[in-house]
Design a protein around this ligand. Structure first.
Ligand code: XMP
Length: 513
C-alpha cells in the first residue's frame, strides 16, 4: 500500500501530535519524527512536504534544536510553525531576536490580517483570530520571502517564499483557537504540496494491524476490557491483528448500567479472540457492604478489580504483552514526555503488579478520541459502543451516594435507563458530553394514589464540557425533564422524587462521589 507522506519534524512543542492529527484529518498520511532523525532517513521517506513544529527554545541560543540546512535544497515544500518558522528564518539568513518589549511578545488570541494572495490564506477571511505563543520575533525576514500576515504587535506573523514552497507562521494553525487553522494546513497540503488526499482511517487500520503483527509475532496478549470506547477499540484492533493470541478479560463488577455487560459480551464474544467475562458482582458487593465513604469505595473497587484481573491472568499463564487502550490525551495528561503534567490519569486501579508480561502494547497511543471512534467504526464495532460517553471505572458505585446495595443499584439502573432513553428520543444525547442519573441517599415523603410514600430521590445530571476539567450544567428543555420525572416516579418503585443538578464544575464535580 503506497501513499504520500508528510513529515512533522518535532522540535519539542506541545502541539506536535495535534499537528499530525490535523494532517490526518485532511486525508494525508504523516509521521512525527524527532529533529535528530538523520537526514538520509527523512529523505528516504520521500516526503511531499515537511512541517517544522513549535518548540520551547530560542533559535539563536547555543544548543537550540536545529536541522541540517541541506533540507532546504530538496525541493520539498516546508511549513514552519512558531519555533519552526523562526528556525527556517534563522537558517535561511533572516534574524530572530527576543522581543524587547511586551508588545511584540504575543500570547493567546490575536487579531491577525492575512494577505489573501498567499496560498495558505487564499479564499479565507482577510482578518481573523490566531493563537500565538511566542517570545521571539523575526527581526529580519530572509531573502526571497515576503510578508503574508501581520498583527498590531508584529509586522511579520507569516512569511512566504512562493517559488520554493517555504511558508512560516508565528501562530499555531493546529489549535482550535486559530480560526480556519485547519483550512490553512489543508491549503499547504493540497495547494503547495499537491497532496492527493490518499489517506483514510481504513489505511490507518491496515497499517496498525500490520505493525501489531510485526511487533507481537506469535506472542500472547492480554487486555483488560472495560467496555469503554478506548479499551473496546484496542480489543477489536488487536483481535483483527492477532486473533486467538489475544485474551480479553472483561471484569463485570456488577456496577455497570442497564444491559451494559450483556452488550459488551455481545459485541466481543463472537470475535476471533478469547473473550472472558468474569461475573464478579458478588465479590464487589460483599467488599462494598457497609462502606459509605467515596474514596474508600473507589479504593476498594480499584483494588478488587486488580485482584480479579490477576486471577484471570494466572489462568491464561505467562503472557508476552499486556495491552492497554491508552490514547493520546491520556499520555499528555499523565505527563509522559516533555509536556507538563495536567492530572494523573485515573483508570480503574492502574497496572496489575502480579501479571507476568514482558512488554506493554498501546496501539491507540497516538490517536485522539474522535479518531479512536472512527477507527472503532472501521473495525465494525456497534455505534453504541463507539459513541459511548465516558463512564467512570468505579461505575454506578460512585453514583449511588452512600452505601451501595443490590437494591439501590437496581433502582438507579432503571431510572438511568429512562433518562437515557428520553434524552436519545429528544436528540439531546449527541449534543451533551455526559448525562446520567444518580441515587441520592435522601428519602423524603410523597403521596401516591391516596397513600403516603417515603422513598428515595433520584438526581439527574447533564453537562457539557470540552475536557471534563471544567463542565457546565446543561439547560435541557423543561418538557423533557418533566417526561423523565413522570416516567421515573411511575416506573421505578422506591423513587418518589426527581431532582435536576444545576451546579457546574467547579464547584461541583461531574460525578457525585
Ligand atoms: P469528575 O467527577 O472528576 O469527573 O468531575 C470527570 C470525568 O471523569 C470521569 N471519572 C472517572 N473516570 N475512573 C474513570 O475512568 C474514575 O475513577 C473516574 N471518576 C470520574 C467522570 O465520569 C467524568 O467524565
Amino acid at each position: 500500500m503506497s501513499h504520500q507522506t508528510v513529515i512533522v519534524l518535532d522540535f519539542g512543542g506541545q502541539y506536535n501530535q495535534l499537528i499530525a492529527r490535523r494532517v490526518r484529518e485532511c486525508g494525508v498520511y504523516c509521521e512525527v519524527k524527532p529533529y535528530t532523525t538523520p537526514l538520509e532517513e527523512l529523505r528516504a521517506m520521500g516526503p511531499i512536504g515537511i512541517i517544522f513544529t513549535g518548540g520551547p527554545n530560542s533559535v539563536y541560543l547555543d544548543g537550540a534544536p536545529k536541522v541540517d540546512p541541506e533540507i532546504f535544497t530538496w525541493g520539498v515544500p516546508i511549513l514552519g510553525i512558531c519555533y519552526g518558522c523562526q528556525l527556517m528564518a534563522h537558517l535561511l539568513g533572516g534574524r530572530v531576536a527576543a522581543a524587547q518589549d511586551d508588545s511584540a511578545r504575543e500570547y493567546g488570541k490575536t487579531e491577525t490580517h492575512f494577505d489573501a494572495g498567499c496560498k495558505l490564506f487564499r479564499g479565507l477571511p482577510e482578518t481573523g483570530v490566531t493563537w500565538m505563543s511566542h517570545g521571539d520575533y523575526m527581526e529580519k525576514v530572509p531573502e526571497g520571502f515576503t510578508l503574508a500576515a501581520w498583527s498590531a504587535a508584529c509586522p511579520n506573523v507569516a512569511i512566504a517564499d512562493k517559488d520554493r514552497g517555504f511558508y512560516g507562521v508565528q501562530f499555531h494553525p493546529e489549535v482550535n483557537h486559530t480560526e480556519h487553522g485547519t483550512d490553512m494546513l489543508r491549503r499547504f497540503l493540497y495547494d503547495v504540496c499537491r497532496a492527493a488526499g490518499d489517506w483514510t482511517m481504513g489505511d490507518y487500520k491496515r497499517a496498525a494491524v500490520q505493525a501489531l503483527r510485526d511487533k507481537i509475532g506469535d506472542g500472547k496478549v492480554l487486555l483488560a476490557l472495560s467496555g469503554g470506547v478506548d479499551s473496546s477499540v484496542a480489543a477489536a484492533l488487536l483481535a483483527e491483528a492477532v486473533g486467538e493470541q489475544l485474551t480479553c478479560v472483561f471484569v463485570d463488577h456488577g456496577l455497570m448500567r442497564k444491559n451494559e455487560g450483556d452488550e459488551v459480551e455481545h459485541a466481543f464474544s463472537r470475535r476471533a479472540m478469547n473473550f472472558v467475562r468474569v461475573d464478579a458482582a458478588e465479590r464487589f458487593l460483599a467488599k462494598l457492604a457497609g462502606v459509605e465513604e467515596p474514596e474508600r469505595k473507589r479504593k476498594i473497587i480499584g483494588g478488587e478489580f486488580i485482584r480479579v484481573f490477576e486471577d484471570e491472568a494466572r489462568k491464561v499463564g505467562a503472557v508476552d504483552f499486556l495491552a492497554q487502550g491508552t490514547i493520546y490525551p491520556d499520555v499528555i495528561e499523565s505527563g509522559a514526555g516533555d509536556a507538563a503534567v495536567i492530572k494523573s490519569h485515573h483508570n480503574v486501579g492502574g497496572l496489575p503488579d502480579h501479571v507476568d508480561f514482558k512488554e506493554i502494547v498501546e496501539p491507540l497511543r497516538l490517536l485522539f478520541k474522535d479518531e479512536v471512534r472512527q477507527l472503532g467504526r472501521e473495525l465494525g464495532l456497534p455505534e453504541h459502543l463507539v459513541v459511548r460517553q465516558p463512564f467512570p471505572g468505579p461505575g454506578l458505585a460512585i453514583r449511588v451516594v452512600g452505601e451501595v446495595t443490590r437494591e439501590k443499584l437496581e433502582l438507579l439502573r432503571e431510572a438511568d435507563a429512562i433518562f437515557r432513553e428520553e434524552m436519545a428520543k429528544a436528540g439531546e444525547d449527541r449534543r451533551l458530553s455526559q448525562f446520567f442519573a444518580a441515587l441520592t441517599n435522601m428519602r423524603s415523603v410523597g403521596v401516591m394514589g391516596d397513600g403516603r410514600t417515603y422513598d428515595y430521590a433520584v438526581a439527574l445530571r447533564a453537562v457539557t464540557t470540552d475536557d471534563f476539567m471544567t463542565a457546565d450544567w446543561s439547560r435541557i428543555p423543561y418538557e423533557l425533564l418533566d417526561r423523565v420525572s413522570v416516567r421515573i416516579v411511575n416506573e421505578v418503585k422506591g423513587v418518589n422524587r426527581v431532582l435536576y443538578d444545576i451546579t457546574s464544575k467547579p464547584p461541583a464535580t461531574v460525578e457525585f462521589e
